[in-house]
Ligand binder design. Sequence first.
Ligand code: FNR
Length: 179
Amino acid sequence: NTKKLGLIIGSLRKDSINRMVAEYIVSQLPENIEVEEIEIAQLPLYNQDYDKQTIESYDQVRQKIKEVDTVLIVTPEHNRTLPAALKNVIDIASRPHGDSAWSGKKVAVVTASPGTYGGRECGLDVRKSMQALSAKVMIAPEVYLSHASDSIEDGKVSNEKTQQYLTKFADALVQFIEE
Ligand code: FNR
């Protein structure tokens, strides 16, 4: 039966490596998994005062996260932690207090970077937040893809070893979604 996967890309830029990595992972998923991107670029910066009013874009993103079975976050690391836009959507969907969209939600995290460490500290920080929010975090395999730009050609993941590595992750993700 059909499962819904919400995809959050932590990078806002057009030629994002993380978007390419996400596209490769998505290309490896079976047809019964419906993928929908959860857009984060236009969300106003979270302000707790807004909990008392209606912000349409907040309601939409909270609703989308509640609707999907699993959220896949594919993100770069900014200054050794989460990019601000990713932190923003995590905060928005965690509120109002008592109505968090993350509670009990299945969440998988992938980071990719052109650098040596693959965005690992960001990946660990996302997991930390998700754990605090009582999300069900996919434990393994952990993917912090280093030297990611070396695996890309013409906007696609082309390196065979990287493809195999990401396919292994995609297979585990399917198991996690179906669990
Ligand atoms: C970076 N980058 C980066 N990379 C990394 O591995 N660790 C880090 O802490 C940082 N910090 C950082 C801060 C800021 C503000 C920027 C703009 C960039 C480099 C980053 O990994 C690189 O730009 C990636 O290409 C970003 O991912 P996307 O946008 O290609 O998906």
